[in-house]
Write a protein that binds this ligand. Structure first.
Ligand SMILES: [Zn+2]
Length: 427
């Protein structure tokens, strides 16, 4: 199985087509539609018995032009901002205001209570904690400011929110990502700055000279659009009614090519089916590869998949997702009962030769989380090495060239092995 994937696997070639011929594919965009067609073709080529679409209504957010510049004393600086996903724009106006830097929730509260955020552009300069070895822990901390920062500063009358990108790479590329509003508060623009721009702005603010910023953004939310999850399956030979789901998400942010996030997870899931077919292996239980739509700004595809599974009374034995990058796999997260964890951990020695050792974290995936909520399905999550993920994640850096073929295939191998073991032995 490992030899098949490492020597004959098609996931890397599939990823090249997805990244270079489709490109980035935000929900509701023409590229997302093209990606759905690509998914159908790729799943058929991999040898799925049946391929079908699940219709799902998705948020349709569009990014327009954006500009930000500021004067500090006599000098003028131009930034390269990037709106956060779901953000409103400036309604054709240019916002002109002073900037206040904050770095924690407490600081927002304190300055807000003193009226110091009112009519200001609030710059949340919260840094990525470099001390965590698992970078997802630091991501979770920073992403809170990205998701809820605009709500919090809007409460105190801010005109816009600027965010230090949730990133580990000190370069000029800002990182986008999902943000949310509270309907009872003003929906102010929420915009990311690259680490270089964030540092520049912070330095200039420290000089305590008069600083004025001009900000204009045209992004907006349109009515929901129709899109699809793409599903392909190989029917089980002995217990076809027991379903194993393996998936990634097909949508991506509208910068870069969505290579690691999450083209990798899609092509790895397709590779699982391809491997069974290429080796002429008939799984005992049904294996479904699912390319979920809209993980990034709504997770509507994951919800829809679970909703249909429940309505159709399907029996879901387990689900596995790859949505943490196409890097070397280090482990498999387990979100299931203790007894089920013990069963899965018995297979640890089979994965150890491939560098996959960590079966301790409680991790599944966003798209499959709804199966657990609805039907208590046990979840598995591929855990790749996380050191480089936040260099590329949600930014122009997330391109095909940033993915290594062997690392991608080792991830596919881990997923295929888990699916094979689950289909042979159950859980
Ligand atoms: Zn993702």
């Amino acid at each position: 199985m490992a030899d098949q994937i490492l020597e004959q696997g098609t996931c890397y070639d599939n990823l090249r087509v997805l990244c270079k011929e489709v490109g980035h594919r935000l929900s509701g965009s023409p590229q997302a539609e093209k990606a759905v067609q690509w998914g159908v073709k790729a799943l058929k080529a991999a040898g799925a018995d049946t391929v079908w679409l699940q219709e799902v209504k998705v948020p349709h957010w569009v990014r327009g032009p954006i500009s930000a510049s500021f004067t500090s004393g006599a000098e003028q600086f131009t930034l390269q901002p990037l709106a956060l996903g779901n953000s409103e724009g400036t309604n054709g106006q240019t916002i002109e205001a002073g900037v206040v830097e904050v770095s924690t929730w407490d600081e927002i509260k304190q300055l807000g209570a003193q009226g110091l955020l009112k009519d200001k552009i609030v710059f949340i300069n919260h840094r990525f904690n470099q001390k965590n070895i698992n970078t997802f822990f630091s991501y979770g901390d920073c992403a809170g400011y990205r998701v809820r920062g605009a709500i919090d500063v809007s409460r105190y009358g801010a005109k816009a929110m600027l965010l230090r990108s949730v990133s580990t790479k000190n370069d000029e590329h800002a990182h986008t990502g999902m943000m949310m509003y509270n309907d009872s508060l003003a929906k102010i623009p929420a915009i990311a700055l690259s680490l270089k721009d964030a540092d520049l702005l912070s330095q200039r603010l420290k000089l305590r000279m008069p600083l004025k910023m001009k900000l204009k953004a045209d992004c907006k939310m349109l009515p929901d659009a129709v899109s699809y999850n793409v599903v392909g399956e190989i029917r089980g030979s002995e217990k076809p009614e027991e379903i194993l789901t393996v998936g990634g998400h097909l949508d991506s942010w509208d910068v870069g090519e969505g290579a690691h996030d999450d083209g990798a997870g899609c092509v790895q899931s397709i590779e699982v089916l391809h491997t069974f077919k290429a080796m002429n292996l008939q799984p005992k239980r049904t294996i479904r590869a699912v390319l979920f739509m809209n993980e990034e700004n709504g997770a509507r595809g994951g919800r829809k998949y679970a909703e249909l599974a429940k309505t159709n009374n399907e029996k879901h034995l387990a689900a596995m997702e790859s949505d943490a990058g196409g890097f070397s796999p280090r482990g498999v997260g387990l979100e299931m009962s203790e007894a089920q964890k013990t069963s899965v951990r018995k297979w640890r020695h089979l994965l150890l030769p491939y560098g996959v050792y960590d079966f301790e974290l409680e991790e599944g995936g966003v798209d499959i989380s709804f199966l657990r909520k609805e039907m208590n399905t046990p979840l598995l999550g591929l855990l790749p090495d996380s050191q480089r993920y936040f260099d590329v994640h949600h930014s122009a850096n997330d391109v095909f060239e940033a993915v290594n073929e062997r690392e991608l295939k080792l991830g596919a191998l881990t997923m295929t092995a888990m699916m094979y073991l689950l289909s042979e032995h159950g859980l």
